[in-house]
Design a protein around this ligand. Sequence first.
Ligand SMILES: [Cu+2]
Length: 286
Amino acid sequence: MRMTVSKLRLPRPRSTHLIAGLFLLLLIALLATGCIGETDTPQNTLAPEGEVARHQRNLFMLAMWPALVVMILVEGAIVVTLLRFRRRKNDAVPKQTHGNTPLEIGWTIVPTLIIIGFVGVPMLPVLFDLGRDPKADAYPIEVTGQRFMWSFKYPDIKDTRTGEPLESPPVPPGRAAELHIPADKEIALTITSVDVNHSFGVPRLAGTQDAIHGELHKVWIKADHPGSFSGQCRELCGTGHAGMLITVIAQSKEDFDAWAKEAAAGVKQAPENGGPEAVTATGSGG
Ligand SMILES: [Cu+2]
C-alpha cells in the first residue's frame, strides 16, 4: 500500500482544464449579476410588501447567512490546506492518521447546536405563524385556478343583480385577473382548482400557494399598503400556463368599499392593468 501511495502521480492540470475553469467562473459571475441592482422588479421575492412575504424573506436570510459563513470557512480551509500542504517534488508520504474521536464528536455537536440555536429556535414561531389558519375576522376571498385563468369570489360582497357572491369575470389568456383586497388587513384565501394543479403566486405578498382540485387550501396574506402587486401561476399546467397572470390590487378601506359597491352593482370600471376590454368584477350576470 505504501509503495502504491508513494508512486502515485497526480495528473497535472492541462491548459484546457484551466481555460474551461476560467470560463465557468466568468459564466457564474455573469449570471450572478442578474441578481443585483433591480430591486424594484414587480415579482421580486426579496422585496416584500406584505407580512407573509416578509416572514418568508426573513427565514430565507436567517438560513442563508449562517450557511454563507460556514461555506466561506469550510471552502477557505480547503483552499488553504490544498495550497499549504500540496505535494511538492521529492516529498515523502506524510504520516498517515485515521480518525480523531474528540474532533469528530466536536464537529458533530457544534454545528448541531448552531443549527438549533441560531436557525431552528428563531424559525419555529415564524413557521407556525405562516402555517396557521387565517384569523376569524380575516377578509374572505375564494381563489380558483382553471386552465388558463384565475377567478375570484367575494363571499362578503353580494352581486345586486343575482343576489349571489360577487365573482370576478373571466379574463382572456395573457390578461391579468384582478384580485381586489383591502390593504393592511388580513385576507383569508381559500384556494382550489377545477382541473389540474395550479399555484397562486404573488411574490411581494406571499410565496406560492398550491391550487389543487378537490382541496380547499386556506392561507392568509396581508398587504402592507395600497398598491398593485403582480403574480402568476407557478405550477406548469399546460400550454397557456405563462398567460395565467394575476394582479392584486390592494386598496384603502374607503377605496375598497367604493370598488365593492360599484362592482356589486355591475358598474364597469377602468382596468388597473390596461387592455381596452378590461372590466373589473362585473359578475356573471352582467
Ligand atoms: Cu399554470
